[in-house]
Design a protein around this ligand. Sequence first.
Ligand code: NAP
Length: 349
Amino acid sequence: MPVFYKPVPTSEHDDEESQNLTKSRSARIKTTLFYFVATIAVMYVAYLATRSIIRSVPKHGMHGRPGCHHRNLTTLPSHHILPSGDKIPSVALGVWQAGKEVGKAISASGVPRDQLWLTSKLWNNFHAPEDIEPALDETLTRLNTEYLDLYLIHWPIAFKKGSNNVLDKELTANPYPTWQKLEELVDKGKIRNIGISNFNIARIKNLTANPLKHKPAVNQVELNYFNPQPELLKWSKENGLLLEAYSPLGSTKQVKEALSVPEVKEIAKKLDITPAQALISWHVQRGTIVLPKSVTPSRVQENFQVVTLPDDLFDKLEKAATSHPPQRVVNPSKNWGLDFDVFDENWPL
Ligand code: NAP
């Protein structure tokens, strides 16, 4: 992450300001160093945890829920198999707002590239076919890697390049040209798998009605206790599209409430795990990939320890989550000045 310094004042009158600036500069250097070191530690812990989960799972059996209270890492899927044949880990570390630190951490960790799974997303301003490869190249440079394991269309919304959220109606209504370019980049070897994010059923059908060479490998969507989207989950399973749960703990905004849900606390107590582990295990057991984000190394490690929930406790939490009116944490429609809701199934395509 680049550090920007204000110019140091030169006159005597600026002594106090100068001292403050020096203090804040050294604080910023310390903070940057802290995050850099912490990120390396986090990536390494994530790698070790993923490796230990993967090693503990037999190659064949991935599913199953014994009706007992034993911790059993072997019964939840450690990974899912994508249409390409690639194995994607069930639990991954969300690194939202981390900039170049991820690339630096990957290099510093010494973990071989083929032992890592890297996902990134294409932002709304770069949906035009000619803008996609440069955007991807920029990401590859930042991550210091030659390919991504997964590249997603971040939103089913295209903005005109260089504009401040000016809608490109044509590419929003028809994302096929964007998809075709992504397919080309798969064939070129810069991306292993392609997918979508924040697409509802209508928009998925709108895309997949085209003669796709590579079908979407995943759909990354908000899934948490407050917004569990059971219909989308059911439809996706029926149609062979894997979901990835973002903001799985309710995001920073609602994580405290999520961890205090009585059913979550009950599971944690009965299974002797933490409330976060109860929620993450619930996601994995629902059959989705989970992307909990944490900048706290001990939590990163904690979040990779998933356990099978007994049927009765799983059902109780599922019922509680799906019985209240859904409440989204993430919906940028208004901020972007759209005259429709991004998630509206009835938006005329
Ligand atoms: P989240 O993972 O649900 O919640 C993150 C919050 O939970 C942070 O405040 C974190 O605190 C806290 N936390 C994590 N583990 C914990 C634990 N074991 N105990 C207690 N608190 C814990 O929400 P998110 O960051 O919104 O989403 C996760 C990832 O989803 C992001 O990094 C991003 O990759 C992805 N995402 C995608 C989209 C999209 O449009 N596709 C949108 C939003 C997010 P600390 O960090 O302080 O430990």
